[in-house]
Design a protein around this ligand. Structure first.
Ligand code: ZN
Length: 48
């Protein structure tokens, strides 16, 4: 593994998705406050 920028990849980027309180998947968007997986924050129904 090369040292420096090449080995860091996307480490510098902020993680937009955190663990969802409903489905438990790391798909909850912090900025939009909507889960990409189940729709938590957008709809009460589970997004299949
Ligand atoms: Zn969810």
């Amino acid at each position: 593994m090369a040292k420096g920028t090449a080995s860091f990849g996307k480490m510098g980027k902020k993680h937009t998705h955190v663990k969802c309180a409903r489905c438990g998947k790391p798909a909850f968007n912090q900025r939009q406050k909507i889960c990409a997986s189940c729709g938590f924050g957008k709809t009460r129904r589970l997004n299949k």
